[in-house]
Design a protein around this ligand. Sequence first.
Ligand code: DLL
Length: 440
Amino acid sequence: MSNFVVPNRIFDPEAECMPSGERVKMQIAGLRRTVEQAKKIPFYRRKFDKSGIAPESIKSLEDLQQLPFTTKQDLRDAYPFGFFAVPRAELARLHASSGTTGKPTFVGYTQKDLEIWSGLCARFLVAGGLTADQIVQVSFGYGLFTGGFGLHSGIERVGASVLPASSGNTQRQIMLLEDVKIDTLICTPSYALNLAENITAMGKKGKLALRYAHLGGEPWTEEMRLGIEEELGIRAFNNYGLSEIIGPGVSGECAVRCGMHIQEDQFMVECLNPETLEPVADGEQGELVITSLNKEACPIIRYRTRDLAYLDSSPCECGRTTKRMSRIRGRSDDMMIIRGVNVFPTQIEEALLRVDGTAPHFMIELTRPGNLDEAAIKVEIRPQDFSDKMEAMHKMRDRIGREVTAITGLHFNIELVEPNTLERFTGKAKRVFDNRKLND
Ligand code: DLL
C-alpha cells in the first residue's frame, strides 16, 4: 500500500522549472535587492560601510562571497527587533525560534513575505501529493513556532482544507484522523512514528484513509521513513526550513524523493566547510549557509544554519531545475532537537545556575526508547550540599526540573549524582550524549 505512485505535480512551474540562466539573473537581482533592504539594519549597514559594499557591487553570483556572515548570536545580540528592516506598521506577523537564553529570536513578515511563504509551502506540499480535494491534519503546534501557521497557509494556498489539530493529545489526534478521514498528516517525523505505533496498538492499522505525510522540523532517517510508511500505509515526504530564514518551505522533496529541492528563486544556499568557510563540492558534506533574495521584513545574508548536509546539482527526473539538498546529517554546533524543540546545552547550564548547590558539572543524555525522545540530565552536587537526606535531595531535583522546564519548555528526567563522579574534560566539555542514532 505504502509504495503507491505519487503523481508528479508542480505548483509553480515557472519558478520551479526555470531555465538556469534565467534563474541566475533573478538571483543576482535578488541579491542586490537584499543588500539594499539589509542596509536598513544597523548590523549590515556597519558591515557594508566598512567593506564598501553597495547593491551595485553584486555583478555575479560569486559576489555573494564578499557579503558578511550572520550567526544566531548576531540575531540574539540585536534582540528583539534589531534585524527588522521595516517599521512596525508594515509587519503582518511575527514568529520566533528558541534561543540559548530562554529569550526567543523574533522573525517578522510583511504581507508580501507571508504570500511568498505560503507559496513555498504550497510547492513542497504539491510536490508530495497534495491536491485541492484533500483534508490535511496539521499536528504542529500553532504558536510562535513557524510549523503550524506556516504549513496551514500553504495548505490553504493549494486550496485543500486544513484541520488545525495543533500538537499533543495523541488519542484525540487519532480520533480526528479516523473520523474526519484525513488524507494527509503534517507533523514531526518522530510524532508520526509515535502516532503510527499508537494506531497499531489500538488495532486501527490499515483502517485509516491517510495516504500522505509531510514531515520536518527535526532530523530523521530513511529507516524512520520506512517504519512510518509501513505502519501507516502512506508515503512520507521530508521538508526543511528554519525560522531565521522563513520557516518551513526552504526545501522539500518531490515525488522522485532524491533530495529536497531548494527554492532557489527565493534563497541562495551555499554549502561550506564549517572550519574554513570555503565552498565544498557537490556531494560533499558541509554547513548550509543561506541568503534570502526577496524578504522584506527580515532580509538575511549568509546565515550560518549549522545544519550539515550536501548539495546535488544533477538534474532531477521530476523536471524541476533547482538544486537539491540531502537530509540534514548533523549539526556543526551543539544544538539538540528534542521532540522538535531546539535546545542548547547553555540553556541547561542557565537553569542549573538558578539552583544553589549544583556544581557546573552536568551531562545530558538523549534516547528514543519508543518513538519519542527522552531527555535526562545528570547533575553533580557540590560536596558541601550533598546530603544523605532523601527529602533534601528530592527537593533539589524537583527544583532543577522546574527550572529546566521553565527555560526549555520540555520535561527532563533529573538525576543527582555524587560530587566528583562525572567525567572532567581538558578541552571542550562533552555535555551531550545523543543515543538516538539519528544519522543514516
Ligand atoms: O523547524 C521550521 C520547520 C517547521 C521546518 C516545520 C519544517 C517543518 P526552527 O524551529 O527554527 O524551524 O528549527 C530549525 O530545525 O536548523 C534544522 O536543524 C531542523 N530541521 C528543520 N527541518 C528539518 C528536516 C523549523 N527536515 C532547525 N530535517 C533547522 C532535519 C530539520 N532537520
